[in-house]
Design a protein around this ligand. Structure first.
Ligand code: ACO
Length: 445
């Protein structure tokens, strides 16, 4: 049995370290409460002691969409949205994208440290040896309509893996968890490629263990009748960089879904399927698909001012712009903008880049976007690269989901190793009617 995924070697600060106290006076009662501040925050449960009457439930904080609520302590990814900083385990994304590969970054996210040469070789081999999928899964793909959305096929097939690996439900066994993690990282490209081949009416291509992670993915996507698929090194590298950029982004919608569902101790396959479902929405991972549709709709540079006018009038959004956390340029957008130029050297220029660059220029000079701190996010340029490589927009979110699995699983591991965590169960502020007398159906007018 392979060794379990190591817990991060980063020294954990104690959760009891206190920065000071917050004093709250309740105007309803005149009572004063002293609440400890830890790591700059207060615990929501410390508010519960604030009551008007002894039998009150106690005060909660109301936070729709969790815009100001931390649900966990995490050691994985750091974002400073105002400064445009993104770090995985302390390493700036720019350096990782420059010097590493996606599987190396996946190792880093899961283990807390970068691998040495031998560790990386073993890690890559362990992933590569798990890229095949059960033949019955092909039949699942065969059951989908020819025009089924690949994201729906991916979500369904990831969930279906749960029925093939029944031992995956033993989520408290670290060695067992490690096997499922390797399987998920290994099989995601295969499932994604099968979804793509099905939508194209092409036969499925088996993985080739001689190839790198991204080259093998390209092989499964695009191999025709040739004996051996030869990928472009430039395109394989660009895809690998995009995979690194998308590998994690702390507590976003899909990662929170992963943690929420994982907190019920569901197995990692159905939990990952839930996270992928969250990613599918147009406000999250579906945005890169929406960006391409938007650029198609705009069509040419001279139509940009009219489009911007519509956005400012509240008729739709500038897709690929804005972020809940970044109130500055998303560092991933800068890297993918650069990657686009490298890709075009091989594929030829995707003319949509010119519309995108002009759109960015106009938006960044416009009061509406400046005031709201709306900058390009990771999805603004990635779709243009994917399209240049030959992907249909429907595949874009799938391409996001493949690498994000490493992030989701790192958070799942962290959740299961965190003694402070329980099944996720938010509260509500109930404002509906209560204790109403029931009128029988015959007497309702
Ligand atoms: N175009 C135009 N206006 C926008 C945009 C946009 N892309 N994004 C936000 N705004 C405006 C809102 O209308 C709002 O204006 P108001 O104050 O006049 O009402 C203000 O900016 C704040 O917007 P919110 O929706 O409150 O910001 P929130 O943090 O909730 O939303 C989100 C973030 C969902 C990413 C949003 O910016 C958006 O919809 N962007 C487009 C979709 C997109 O690109 N999503 C990908 C995000 S990255 C990722 O998930 C990988």
């Amino acid at each position: 049995m392979p060794a379990p995924v190591a817990t991060p070697s980063v020294e954990k600060e104690t959760a009891t370290a206190q920065d000071g106290f917050l004093t709250i006076t309740d105007s309803r009662t005149g009572k004063t409460y002293t609440i400890p501040i830890t790591h700059g925050n207060i615990r929501a449960m410390d508010l519960r002691q604030i009551k008007v009457h002894d039998d009150d439930f106690g005060m909660m904080s109301y936070d729709p969409a969790f815009t100001n609520t931390a649900s966990c302590e995490s050691y994985i990814t750091y974002i400073d949205g105002d400064k445009g900083i993104l770090e995985y385990r302390g390493y700036p994304i720019e350096q990782l994208a420059e010097d590493c590969t996606y599987t190396e970054v996946a190792y880093l996210l899961l283990h807390g440290e970068l691998p040495n040469g031998a560790q990386l070789e073993e890690w890559n081999a362990a992933i590569t040896n798990r890229t095949m999928i059960h033949e019955n899964i092909k039949k699942i793909f065969d059951g989908f309509h020819y025009d089924a959305h690949p994201m729906g096929m991916l979500i369904s097939s990831v969930a279906a893996l749960s029925t093939f690996y029944k031992e995956a439900k033993n989520i408290h066994d670290p060695a067992n968890r490690r096997v499922q993690i390797l399987r998920l990282i290994g099989k995601m490209p295969t499932l994604a490629a099968y979804a793509y081949r099905h939508s194209q009416g092409l036969p499925y291509v088996y993985p080739d263990n001689e190839l790198s992670y991204t080259e093998n993915f390209m092989n499964m996507l695009w191999k025709k009748t040739e004996l051996r698929y030869k990928s472009s090194k430039v395109l394989a590298h660009a895809l690998d960089v995009l995979f690194m950029l998308h590998a994690d982004h702390e507590q976003n919608c899909s990662t929170s879904a992963m943690r929420n569902v994982g907190s019920s101790y569901a197995d990692p396959y159905v939990t990952t399927a839930a996270a992928a479902a969250a990613l599918a929405g147009p406000l999250h991972g579906g945005a890169n698909e929406a960006v391409l549709r938007m650029l198609n709709e705009i069509g040419s540079k001279d139509r940009i001012p009219a489009f911007i006018k519509k956005v400012k009038a509240g008729e739709g959004r500038l897709m690929g712009f804005g972020h809940r956390v970044y109130k500055n340029y998303d560092p991933r957008a800068r890297i993918s903008k650069r990657s686009a130029e490298e890709v075009f050297e091989v594929t030829g220029r995707n003319l949509k880049i010119d519309i995108a660059i002009e759109l960015e220029r106009i938006a960044l000079e416009d009061e509406y976007f400046i005031k709201r701190k709306l900058y390009p996010n990771v999805d603004f340029y990635s779709g243009i690269i994917y399209e240049a490589m030959g992907f249909q927009p429907e595949m874009f979110t799938v391409l996001f989901a493949i690498p994000r699995v490493a992030g989701w699983l790192s958070h799942w591991e962290e959740l299961l190793n965190d003694p402070a965590q329980k099944i996720a169960r938010p509260r509500q502020v109930f404002l509906g009617p209560r204790q109403r007398p029931l009128v029988p159906l015959s007497k309702r007018g």
